[in-house]
Design a protein around this ligand. Structure first.
Ligand code: COA
Length: 177
């Protein structure tokens, strides 16, 4: 049944709280989500290194939750050249299509724009990019991220060297308004 005021295609939204991830109380949730999203999940040492980098200001990790249940995460860097680079984004399968991924990306966009950034890159290894019939490419395009470059053998997935597809979104003055 479609309620009045809601189209048949409307995405059901859920209450999503976005906050910085905390070592080590969030670790098992981050690892669990990662495992459910990727064939080459990061291990505990990888996460420990990321949190070390986070402490030094080299990267940021946000976690999304719904009523206290962690639903997704995003890892990104902000460089001196005023751009952001999204390294990893994952939403627990049962929470997909409910606006969580969009909210995580929007949080990164807000941060980068507040710091004077003008563009955000998303690095996606080839096998992730084209899995599920290129759904991810369509999702990124919907969020105005367009494939801008292929870095030959620029990434590693499942211990295999792969091409990296780099997506970019450019912002203009007033994007934050
Ligand atoms: C990609 C991923 C993060 C998306 O997260 P999500 O929470 O399901 O995405 P959302 O619910 O926020 O997406 C909803 C929006 O995207 C649109 N959308 C969803 N699927 C789409 C598709 N295939 N094509 C175009 N638009 C799409 C919806 O219409 C909605 O648009 P709106 O915000 O204008 O209403 C999630 O599917 C995931 O974790 N995938 C596995 C890991 C992965 O591939 N990560 C990215 C590489 S690092």
């Amino acid at each position: 049944m479609v309620h009045s005021g809601m189209s048949a295609n409307a995405v059901p939204m859920i209450l999503t709280n976005i906050r910085p991830a905390v070592w080590n109380s969030d670790l098992k949730h981050l690892m669990d989500i990662d495992l459910k999203c990727f064939d080459d999940p990061w291990d505990e040492l990888d996460w420990e290194q990321l949190f070390e980098d986070k402490k030094k200001g080299f990267c940021k990790i946000l976690i999304g939750s719904c009523l206290g249940i962690p639903t997704g995460f995003i890892v990104w860097t902000e460089t001196a050249k005023s751009h952001g680079r999204i390294k990893r984004l994952g939403v627990r399968p049962m929470f997909r299509g409910k606006g969580v991924g969009s909210k995580l990306v929007e949080a990164v966009e807000t941060s980068v724009l507040h710091n004077g950034g003008t563009e955000i890159f998303v690095d996606v290894t080839e096998s992730i990019c084209y899995q599920d019939g290129a759904q991810l490419t369509a999702w990124l395009r919907h969020r105005e991220y367009l494939a801008a470059a292929i870095m030959s053998e620029g990434g590693v997935y499942n211990n295999q060297i792969e091409d990296l597809v780099v997506f970019v979104k450019h912002f203009t003055e007033g994007s934050l308004a």
